[in-house]
Design a protein around this ligand. Structure first.
Ligand SMILES: Cc1cc2nc3c(=O)[nH]c(=O)nc-3n(C[C@H](O)[C@H](O)[C@H](O)COP(=O)(O)OP(=O)(O)OC[C@H]3O[C@@H](n4cnc5c(N)ncnc54)[C@H](O)[C@@H]3O)c2cc1C
Length: 445
């Protein structure tokens, strides 16, 4: 390669939630920032495609407000277009659909969880050894009750929130999550364009503030000089671009980041940490539509007594734009067994269909729009909560963001936004924007 290079203060690899939130914060702080995304659209696993006029999400269905994600939007001045159902979270217990986001259930869960944490701490299950806690949530609940409804409700909460079975989630993670006062009362909304609308808005604000977003472009390697990342090779169509960058934020998961720097360039300890954290979770989603109104719950309805079905979401009750006129659009989701590891895809899809037929009268007459299986390289969560890898890397100016490097006992888009906030705070303290040279000389190689 020869000739001048394009030089950015910050390169962000991947336009998923973590990448876009990091880029928004960097741009807002004055870093000349480039986001590079392999796909022709933004949002990663929180995106949406159109099938016959139905807006079908490829991952996240609801976005939580009141946390770091919303703070990021406010900071950069992006619109967060969400609609909020009256009862966002309900649970079917017996033949009743109960509002679990409102006051009493939420407060009771929080008290039980705090008490549970105190007891668990006495056994050394949380605190310093959090991630190593070997008592699973299923075992913890079984200590107190054999009631099938309680066990089923906990199993489906683990599935809906963490995308694993209760036997796969450390009890410490479950309890720490619910010990927060507003865990169930978090305000969640649907985007009328499908979830992609949320991230398109953030990407537009990034560009509006002078950032660059390249779609259909793939970072193929990172350049290392004297133990520091100095730039990247980017393939876009038939062209390859060599880019220089002072700091690099990777949104592609720690394993992908390691591939870009070359495993041989990382320490054995770091490689082991990445391997240990590489525990992607799985989920199966059936998107279905009907001209009949099949579900009265206006938001997300979860279940206490099913084989696999953990929730059904009703999109069109608040966002009729997500389906052609006259149609209702829903998704039913399950977490296969095991969620961490291999499973029989067709048997698991059949179990989900059985539950949907049983729980949703009229499902058998519904039109199946798509069945999505999330696993492996396109997981629900890149690391099961509690086993995340480090955000830092052996290179002082290279970080990971996203759901492979979350804070303890967090998950989803809010957790990804939080990783970006933490990383940008570190960048700001170590590589202040005021010292960045802001050069731009573009070259094609
Ligand atoms: C079925 C399902 C339901 C879910 N439901 C919810 C929900 O309701 N609410 C919620 O908050 N969360 C939910 N989640 C979780 C949430 O979607 C994810 O945690 C989040 O979207 C992950 O974002 P991320 O920042 O880790 O980036 P990712 O989404 O993994 O994005 C990474 C991006 O990097 C790109 N990329 C990869 N390699 C390269 C490269 N070399 N060069 C350039 N680009 C590259 C990829 O194409 C991708 O776009 C759900 C997930 C799934 C799958």
């Amino acid at each position: 390669m020869s000739g001048p290079q394009d030089k950015y203060d910050a390169l962000v690899i991947g336009a998923g939630v973590g990448g876009l939130c990091a880029a928004a914060r960097l741009v807002h702080r004055g870093y000349r920032t480039l986001v590079v995304e392999s796909l022709p659209y933004v949002g990663g696993r929180a995106s949406t495609r159109d099938i016959d006029g139905f807006k079908i999400n490829n991952g996240a269905i609801v976005v939580e407000t009141g946390g770091v994600a919303e703070e990021t939007f406010r900071e950069i001045g992006a619109e967060l277009n969400l609609r909020f159902p009256d009862a966002p979270m309900m649970m079917r217990i017996g033949d009743k659909d109960l509002d679990i986001a409102g006051g009493r259930v939420n407060a009771a869960m929080s008290v039980v969880a705090r008490r549970g944490m105190m007891l668990l701490d006495r056994f050394g299950g949380t605190g310093a050894g959090k991630a190593k806690a070997n008592l699973s949530t299923a075992d913890w609940v079984a200590r107190y009750t054999k009631n099938e409804t309680v066990n089923g409700a906990v199993r489906n909460m683990c599935a809906s929130i963490f995308s694993v079975g209760a036997d796969e989630l450390p009890a410490g993670v479950f309890l720490a999550y619910f010990a927060r006062t507003n865990a169930l009362a978090a305000k969640v909304g649907f985007c009328p364009e499908g979830t992609i609308g949320v991230w398109k808005s953030l990407a537009s604000a990034i560009v509006g503030r002078g950032g660059d977003v390249w779609l259909s472009a793939t970072v193929t390697s990172l350049r290392i000089e004297d133990g520091v990342v100095t730039g990247a090779s980017i393939k876009k169509g038939r062209k390859t671009f060599e880019i220089g960058a002072d700091v690099v934020v990777s949104n592609i998961g720690p394993r992908g980041t390691l591939r870009l720097v070359g495993e041989e360039n990382a320490t054995p300890n770091y490689r082991a940490g990445v391997r240990a954290g590489d525990r992607p979770t799985s989920m199966i989603s059936v998107n279905f539509a009907s001209q009949e109104d099949l579900i009265s719950a206006p938001g997300v309805l979860s279940f206490a007594r099913t084989q696999r079905l953990c929730y059904v979401a009703n999109f069109t009750a608040t966002c009729p734009e997500m389906a052609p006129p006259g149609w209702n659009l829903y998704v039913g989701a399950s977490v296969p067994r095991p969620a961490l590891g291999d499973f029989d895809e067709s048997a698991e899809i059949e179990l989900l269909h059985q539950d949907l037929r049983e729980q949703i009268p009229g499902f058998e007459r519904a039109r199946i729009i798509s069945t999505e299986v999330n696993r492996g390289d396109w997981p629900t969560q890149r690391a099961v909560a509690g086993s995340d890898a480090a955000r830092t890397t052996p290179f002082p100016n290279l970080w990971n963001v996203g759901d492979g490097v979350k804070e303890y006992a967090t998950g989803g888009t809010g957790a990804c936004a939080q990783t970006s906030k933490l990383v940008v705070e570190e960048i700001e303290s170590r590589y202040p924007a005021s010292l960045a040279p802001h050069r731009k000389q573009m070259s094609e190689v």
